[in-house]
Design a protein around this ligand. Structure first.
Ligand code: GDP
Ligand code: MG
Length: 166
């Protein structure tokens, strides 16, 4: 199994920390799946049974200056080409500015989206449920996975869930 996974989310939610934890090697791409948009490869996770190519699809976040419809279209097309999108949020911060903007973009594409709630080591478990309910009411996520990228909690589970979507 192999496939492309895009990680999106506001700055500092822990995208790089997650990638650093899961990626063993940066090697040439063996996937035979077509990709027409030039997305930036951030790393490749390889095991005996799976290869996950993590990529960056720029342009989905709320721009400081107004982007034209064309640029928004480019970002949406990039997200259409991946097998799965990880929308990472910070459990400490909760719903924030920019999330509504991202969710509106996600509604325009059919790619499955995981809500990855990171930094769960920083919050009380009781505070997670209301956060999950809030995001659930906004978008039908394929999976909702709480993790700590820093400490590694639930990261293996997330990888197993990702493999199901390749
Ligand atoms: P990015 O901007 O989304 O790539 O976020 P980074 O990976 O650079 O992380 C931003 C900050 O959050 C860094 O100081 C990380 O050490 C910290 N961080 C990332 N993941 C976790 C986590 O699971 N728990 C805690 N407590 N801190 C985290
Ligand atoms: Mg980063």
């Amino acid at each position: 199994k192999s496939g492309f996974v895009s990680i999106i989310g506001r700055p500092n939610v822990g995208k790089s920390t997650f990638l650093n934890r899961v990626i063993g090697q940066k090697i040439a791409i063996m996937s035979d799946k077509p990709q027409t948009t030039r997305n930036k490869i951030q790393g490749v996770y390889t095991t005996d049974d799976a290869q996950v190519i993590f990529i960056d699809t720029p342009g989905i976040h709320k721009p400081k200056h107004k982007l034209g419809d064309f640029m928004m279209k480019v970002a949406e097309n990039a997200l259409k080409e991946v097998d799965l999108i990880l929308f990472m949020i910070n459990a400490e911060e909760g719903f924030g500015r920019g999330d509504a903007f991202i969710i509106e973009r996600l509604k325009k594409i059919n790619t499955p989206v995981f809500l990855v709630i990171n930094k769960i080591d920083q919050v009380h478990p009781d505070d997670l449920l209301p956060l999950i309910e809030q995001y659930k009411s906004l978008y039908e996520f394929a999976e909702i996975v709480p993790i700590s990228a820093l400490q590694g909690n639930n990261v293996e589970t997330l990888i197993e869930q990702i493999k199901k979507y390749l």
